[in-house]
Design a protein around this ligand. Structure first.
Ligand code: ATP
Ligand code: MG
Length: 378
């Protein structure tokens, strides 16, 4: 089978690697150059985009910010999975909020801003502390502004006055005092069946995911139920096919949806070694209409993102349960270069193994390891 992936970053690469044993052959597309490329080497392949679309049994995406005309082209063939509405709902925060509100899925109090003059009113209505997010093209905390004081309001207003908010509005959200961030990654297959990985806990630093603990600790039946209910409502409404990720804030016992990602997700990377079938394989199975693989977990897992730091030895591979996934990218500040997956038979041992891992890594690039080690080792 042939699958064409729009996007040629690490997610396409990991899908390619997961597809090999199944005999699923993958082409990736550099969507800026509109060029078909090898998902590992990124070298151009000797075929046109039209040929690759023609040859594909299924077309999917590794990220949501794809030029709309390319999505249309894929959608016209009937091979695009998930469908264009799902991808656009993930790409555009205005569409995303409308979808959540229409479905009655709890999310953060918010307002749509298409003129900087509306900012003072947003502060009055939502509270002193708000977060502004560009409705399109934001990721890893880029395209976000925080207002926490009157002087911030003035500074941010001046900065945003330069943008064309009529074409790309902002979402103003109340800054939530959440206990923790969780996400649910799952698969919906063509026949409408669901498979869910366990809820995981995600720790962010400066708007970027640094650490995932899978499964999350202290998960109640109510939290699982709320997460699955939101997931099913969203996925059913979109007629979703493939892996979907839903990010939540936990506020006391309630889950609020932060955002949805219509694709494989960084908070599902632990499943490569931590679950029977990883998210990349299950996404391919779903879009190729093959049976979805078992999602049982083997262990307690941690996923540690390698952000910006490219130079360290590989001696940590001696730690039991430690796996490195290196994406082959050039090091740059704030760039995701790879990740570690760490498995252990208990949370306590996971804490010990994270501590062993941290001894091999520069602390400044992995600031969230120390507190997690302390918590898990208790
Ligand atoms: P990514 O693509 O990495 O998921 P993103 O750029 O799409 O990130 P969000 O997920 O919306 O952006 O925000 C990034 C992080 O910023 C969140 O995971 C959370 O830690 C923080 N954040 C976002 N919205 C809020 C909010 N309303 N209140 C408090 N913190 C928030
Ligand atoms: Mg997010």
């Amino acid at each position: 089978m042939n699958v064409l992936i729009y996007g040629s970053g690490q997610l396409a690469r990991m899908m390619y690697l997961a597809g090999c044993p199944l005999g699923i052959y993958i082409n990736a597309v550099d969507v800026v150059k509109e060029q078909v490329v090898d998902p590992v080497t990124k070298e151009p392949r000797s075929m046109t985009l039209e040929q690759a679309i023609e040859d594909a049994d299924a077309i999917t995406v590794e990220f949501e910010h794809i030029p709309e005309h390319l999505l249309e082209k894929a959608a016209q063939t009937g091979k695009l999975r998930p469908g264009i509405d799902a991808i656009l709902a993930g790409a555009d925060r205005v569409r995303e909020k409308r979808l959540l509100d229409k479905l009655g899925v709890p999310n953060c109090p918010h307002l749509i801003i298409d003129d900087v003059q509306q900012l003072p009113n947003a502060v009055t209505q939502l509270g002193d502390k708000i977060i502004l997010k560009a409705s399109r093209d934001g990721y890893d905390g880029y395209g976000q502004w925080r207002i926490q004081s009157a002087s911030d309001l003035q500074k941010v207003t001046e900065e945003l006055a330069q943008l064309d908010l009529k074409s790309v509005p902002l979402i103003a959200e109340k800054m939530m005092q959440f206990q923790r961030e969780l996400s649910l990654v799952g698969t919906r297959s063509e026949n409408g069946n669901f498979e869910f990985y366990p809820l995981v806990e995600n720790r962010h630093h400066q708007g970027q995911l640094h650490l995932t603990i899978a499964p999350a600790q202290n998960i109640t039946d109510s939290l699982t139920e709320q997460a699955r209910d939101a997931f099913c409502k969203i996925a059913n409404k979109l007629g979703y096919i493939g892996v979907l990720a839903v990010e939540f804030f936990q506020v006391d016992g309630q889950l609020l949806v932060n955002e949805i990602a219509p694709r494989v997700h960084n908070s599902g990377h632990w499943s490569m070694q931590g679950a029977d079938t990883c998210q990349f394989e299950n996404h391919l199975r779903a879009v190729c209409n093959l049976p979805i693989g078992d999602v049982s977990t083997h262990a307690y897992s941690a996923m540690v993102n390698i952000i910006g730091a490219g130079s360290f030895s590989r001696d940590m591979l001696a730690i039991p349960g430690c796996h490195l996934h290196w994406y082959g990218k050039e090091a740059r500040a704030k760039r995701k270069l790879g990740h570690f997956n760490l498995n252990a038979p208990s949370y306590q041992v996971l804490g010990q193994r994270l501590e062993s891992l941290s001894r091999h890594l520069p602390e400044e690039a992995f600031p969230l390891l120390k507190p997690a080690i302390k918590e898990l080792s208790i």
